[in-house]
Design a protein around this ligand. Structure first.
Ligand code: GCW
Length: 729
């Protein structure tokens, strides 16, 4: 199995040092074990810790210490005193990194902070031991940084083992049972901790019969997984079937207001915590795409979510209640029903009605993980609700891990988007809530006396992500960031080896939403390909630059050769790979483009369309309403326009379609040539090189298919020839 971003070489710098680890508990133990392993390989040493008296005086090159630590070695005590004098709290998962008298010091309040500090050192490599290092304070901007697995225990007849999985079978389950060998799960936990993830839901939100029983008689399986994830600070969550009292408990109803139903959930949940004391909570897809939910009993989503929340509350658990609720059986002839409106219509009126431990999990866009959507207005519509934003790391609509598509630039746009204009909070601040608010003290202190910095890492580009704040962010509770995992039992974890970067970037953005996607990619390259020469500046043939050239803009490349201008869903129905312009046009799924001989796009205006633009606060409700002001990239999401409509770019819609589709394919051709140039360079392992080369062949084939079908479709509809006379079929 490929080592992803934690090959042994990544531990070279810390493994060659004399280290002291102070701190109690299993996470501190993990830090010690990691260091001991690295030292065994690279000649350093690690003190078992605890006993400072014998250890003090050193000599050490590295001290990692968690807790108040009355007995810190002098260098660490000095750093601790300095942090205290600033009035700055390090914070639960945070850490401070400093360099004093030739010793690198990592201080944390909790052992979890030590673990994240350790992996920060791994990222820094030798730079962690340079005297120029400033005092850095790092803490996650979002408290909950979670991956949802859409894994089934049994192989589902249509969806396979991992729903929308493109990396083989599940790493947890095989042949209807938990895998015997869970070493892979442990290695996964380690990779996740190294990019900042702290929660994992282990089964599909579409909970089928076998999987429902993970909650009850198969809970032992979940406990075993929890045991593998725990040493890396990751809690286990479970997707549950809302109808479980009926399907598992034999009751006649799952009505959330029924006393027996409530008792069933309370008792079931108590048993879960007896078995897994640090269990994270439930994930629920209710009244969505045929899943059971409270509607069957005339109850609201708040009734349903609060019932589960009440069962979890005594144990500190949370319920992630998904907002992905819409009519998947709509009549395509009915132009007034708009799927984009559905989540807001259902949930915004419920703001203020959800319990404190309910997290409303909202997909980042209003429809369904298309390569380009506007940001969901639900995210800003519920200030009295804890909102988590859900991203799809698995590439269902973005090339299914056969295409290179580095998604961090898209996520970064989403996380930085301010739904209520420049003075309002960003999406990341809403999802971060109180955690982002706490960040301010440290940030303010840094500004005041300059000692605790906001934590730029060695390459100067990734900050620690303490969001800048304004008053409004404080009113949001913050639910965190959730990604649908792209991992399977494939040797490279993610099918496409370069798709590992998406998983890595997801974690890094959940920790530091304002980090620069190119800098995150650079971190990932540096860790994953230790044989690459370090500098990014050497000519275009340098491996690092080549990977940047292939990946940095690959999401936009994908966008160019697929559905144009935000209209989305021109994919083959069912599996969603490859083009089918009208595939969903006359179906009940609510995903239409309405192309005719005169124009294309969905009129979602208040003036003449579905009124969806009215779900946005100012200024976006005005901006999106206006054909003139609407940004090009989402024009067809909001407006039905003639083919001759002139974009801000100066091009017409039809010419834009032709141009971007030709350009997108050319970009894939270039990527292929660049990758070929890395063959035999000695810095890319041959098996990895071959896998990517094969996939690039398929990407190019598929991109051409997209180009030709989309261009031909619109040429035939519009009759408008390409201004440049290129071949359209
Ligand atoms: O994107 C759609 C997928 C379904 C998925 C659903 C959801 C798990 O096609 O496979 O079901 O979204 O998010 O619930």
């Amino acid at each position: 199995v490929h080592q992803a971003w934690l090959p042994p070489e990544a531990f070279r710098a810390i493994g060659a040092r004399r280290a002291l680890v102070l701190g109690d508990g299993p996470l501190a133990g993990t830090v010690r074990d990691e260091l001991a392993q690295a030292c065994a390989r690279y000649g350093g040493s690690v003190r078992p810790g605890g006993d400072l008296a014998s250890a003090d005086g050193g000599p050490y090159d590295l001290v990692l210490a968690a807790g108040a630590g009355e007995s810190l070695p002098a260098v660490a005590a000095a750093v601790r005193a300095e942090v205290r004098s600033l009035g700055a709290e390090i914070g639960g998962e945070g850490f401070v990194l400093a360099r004093r008298d030739g010793v690198t010091v990592v201080l944390a309040d909790e052992p979890a902070g030590l673990l994240y500090g350790l992996f920060h050192l791994v990222r820094l490599g030798e730079a962690a031991f340079e005297d120029t290092i400033a005092v850095e304070h790092h803490r996650p901007a979002l408290r909950l940084r979670m991956l949802d697995h859409w894994d089934n225990v049994d192989v589902h007849p249509v969806m396979g083992q991992v729903e929308r999985g493109y990396a083989g079978g599940s790493i947890f389950w095989r042949d209807g049972a938990l895998r015997d060998d869970l070493r892979r799960v442990r290695a996964y936990a380690r990779l996740l901790a190294a990019c900042g993830i702290n929660a994992v839901a282990v089964n599909n939100v579409n909970v089928h019969t076998t999987e429902a029983r993970l909650l009850t008689d198969r809970l032992g399986d979940v406990a075993a997984i929890a045991g593998e994830l725990r040493p890396y600070g990751i809690r286990v969550h479970l997707s549950v079937d809302f109808a479980a009292p009926v399907t598992l408990g034999g009751a006649s109803t799952a009505d959330p207001l029924d006393e027996d139903v409530r008792t069933w959930w309370a008792e079931t949940t108590e048993r879960v915590y007896d078995t897994i004391p640090d269990f994270g909570g439930y994930v629920v897809k209710a009244d969505s795409e045929g899943r059971p939910g409270p509607f069957a009993y005339g109850r609201s989503h708040a009734d349903g979510a609060n019932m589960l929340a009440e069962a979890l509350a005594p144990f500190g658990g949370v319920v992630h209640w998904r907002a992905f609720v819409y009519d998947h059986r709509q009549d395509w002839r009915d132009r007034s029903t708009d799927r984009a409106r559905a989540a807001h219509d259902h949930f915004a009126p419920l703001d203020g009605l959800f319990g404190d431990n309910v997290i409303l999990q909202v997909k980042h866009g209003p429809i369904d993980f298309q390569p380009r959507e506007p940001v969901s207005p639900v995210i800003a519509a519920m200030p009295a609700t804890r909102v988590a934003v859900e991203l799809q790391v698995t590439q269902e609509y973005t090339g299914q891990q056969r295409h290179v598509c580095y998604l961090a630039p898209m996520w970064s746009e989403v996380l930085g988007f301010r739904l209520s204009g420049p003075a309002g909070p960003s999406v990341a601040q809403i999802a971060g809530g109180a955690a982002a608010h706490h960040g301010r003290a440290a940030h303010g202190a840094a500004a005041a006396n300059g000692a605790v910095s906001n934590g730029a890492v060695s390459n100067g580009a990734v900050s620690n992500g303490v969001a800048e704040l304004d008053g409004t962010a404080q009113t949001y509770g913050g639910g965190g960031l959730v990604g649908v995992s792209n991992v399977g039992d494939d040797d490279f974890w993610t099918g496409h080896p370069l798709a590992q970067a998406n998983l890595y970037a997801f974690g890094r953005l959940a920790w530091a939403p304002d980090a620069d996607p190119a800098a995150i990619l650079d971190e990932w390259i540096g860790l994953t390909f230790p044989a690459f020469p370090p500098d990014m500046t050497g000519g275009p043939d340098r491996p690092r630059s080549v990977l940047h050239a292939i990946m940095d803009d690959s999401w936009r490349t994908y966008e160019r050769y697929t559905a144009p201008l935000g209209v989305g869903f021109m994919v083959r129905p069912g599996h969603h790979y490859g083009p089918d312009v009208d595939g969903y046009e006359y179906t009940p799924w609510g995903t239409y483009h309405f192309a005719d001989r005169d124009g294309v796009g969905v009129d979602r205006t208040r003036a003449t369309g579905t009124g969806y633009t009215g779900q946005y606060p100012e200024p976006w409700s005005q901006v999106y309403e206006s054909i003139e002001r609407c940004p090009d990239e989402v024009l067809l999401f909001f407006h039905h326009v003639p083919y001759g409509h002139v974009l801000h770019s100066g091009s017409t819609v039809i010419q834009h379609i032709y141009d971007t589709h030709f350009a997108g394919v050319e970009e894939v051709v270039r990527a292929q040539a660049l990758w070929a140039g890395l063959a035999g360079a000695g810095s890319v392992p041959p098996a990895l090189h071959a896998r990517v080369a094969d996939l690039l062949d398929e990407q190019l084939r598929c991109a051409r298919e997209w180009r030709d079908q989309v261009n031909t479709y619109f040429f035939r509809k519009s009759g408008v020839p390409d201004a440049h006379g290129r071949r359209i079929w």
